[in-house]
Design a binder for this molecule. Structure first.
Ligand SMILES: [Zn+2]
Ligand SMILES: [Zn+2]
Length: 383
């Protein structure tokens, strides 16, 4: 409750700003969209020639018209008569973006600019493009450029989304200070981004019910935390107010290198390819005796007294080919290599039971002993 009262007191200072009548600005950009075209761009520091501040002449004496021109410090747009465009909010030749040339003909980048031709302040980004319907953060201040590109600077306004409201001071800064008033003297809450809160909000002690339409205060009631259970990686927190109640529990690794609580592995084994793996048993002459398809691989890690670990692999699969015919029962073989980074740290051969084509096997195993803990990669190869 104390916090709430303090909010009200602070709010009184800015209140006068927001009690101003809503101002309607209907200024239009004095331009029409061009039909998306590309015009040349000349850089004086590269092209050379003559720039007298009014016209730019290429080294061959031709006067440049209908082009962007960079004199080493500023960018201009040289019009059809070759003179720089001045004090104009205009469409970029691309037909999409709006740019501005000040009274010196300099294109404006990265700053607010009052544009006399439209009678309001705009913001142009690093490309010189006009911000429209953008909340902009400059230092610790928040500004809003509306759908026309006008910086809101006259009290209560509606964002271009047609739903949210804000309150702008004369210098364009938005009210972001939490509880304050709207122009009609009602309590509202201004978010950090300048939007007026609507619906339920909370400070962790009380829930405040703010009107769903314009955000004015309707009432409040005690906040009850809606806590999540702490897990290995995340602490307990309130889903509604964001309060962190406890730290993450941390994993509870066992001798098999997995967490007793969440089942996560402390170390991992990766497979360098996706299922299904197809591996052949090949004769010395290169003839394929038989083929199996590995359909599932599982592994277990276990810890030794000296801290090293053992990897046990279990393979399931199906025999898909036998060179002696589909009814021939014979073992097939494949190789398994274990990498740590680029280094082969172990390898082994795996044999299946006697199988005919189409018969499955399961849990054929391979063991690798006494490895330093870490992440390993398994590669299956023809035998
Ligand atoms: Zn809470
Ligand atoms: Zn865990």
């Amino acid at each position: 409750m104390k916090k709430y009262v303090r909010g009200l007191l602070v709010a009184l200072v800015v209140m006068s700003m927001c009690l101003t009548a809503k101002t309607t600005v209907n200024a239009e950009e004095d331009v029409k969209a061009a039909s998306g075209r590309t015009v040349p761009y000349y850089d004086y520091t590269k092209s050379g020639g003559v720039w007298n501040g009014i016209n730019y002449y290429l080294p061959n004496g031709i006067k440049v018209t209908d082009a962007f021109f960079f004199d080493g410090s500023y960018t201009y747009y040289l019009q059809s008569d070759g003179s720089p465009m001045k004090d104009r909010l205009t469409y970029h030749p691309d037909g999409n973006h709006i740019i501005y040339f000040d009274s010196n003909g300099h294109e404006v980048f990265n700053r607010f600019q009052y544009c006399p031709s439209v009678g309001y302040t705009c913001y142009f980004d690093s490309n010189g493009y006009l911000y429209k319907d953008k909340i902009t953060f400059v230092g610790n201040e928040v500004y809003y450029l509306n759908a026309n590109g006008k910086m809101e600077d006259a009290g209560w306004f509606q964002f271009a989304n047609g739903v949210d409201y804000g309150c702008a001071n004369w210098d364009g800064t938005l009210n972001t200070g939490g509880f304050s008033y709207d122009p009609w003297g009602r309590v509202v809450f201004y978010h950090w981004n300048g939007m007026v809160a609507r619906g339920l909000i909370t400070d962790g002690t009380y829930n405040y019910n703010m009107d769903a339409t314009d955000g004015h205060y309707l009432g409040q009631f005690q906040h009850v935390h809606n806590l999540t259970a702490a897990t290995c990686t995340e602490g307990s927190m309130c889903l509604d107010c964001g309060l962190n109640v406890s730290e993450a529990l941390g994993h509870n690794w066992n001798n098999n290198f997995y967490c007793e609580r969440c089942g996560e592995y402390e170390y991992k084994v990766y497979f360098d390819d996706g299922y299904p793996f197809e591996v052949n048993y090949v004769s010395y002459s290169g003839r394929i005796y038989s083929t199996v398809e590995i359909t599932n691989i599982e592994y277990q890690l276990s810890r030794n007294y000296d801290g090293t670990m053992n990897v046990k692999l279990y393979f399931d699969g199906i025999k898909t080919y036998d060179y002696k015919g589909s009814n021939n029962s014979a073992s097939s073989y494949f190789n398994c290599k274990l990498y740590k980074g680029d280094t082969v740290v172990a390898s082994t051969m795996i044999g299946t039971p006697l199988l005919m084509e189409g018969e499955y096997f399961e849990d054929e195993s391979a063991y690798f002993w006494s490895l330093p803990p870490g992440d390993y990669t398994i590669k299956l190869l023809d035998r």
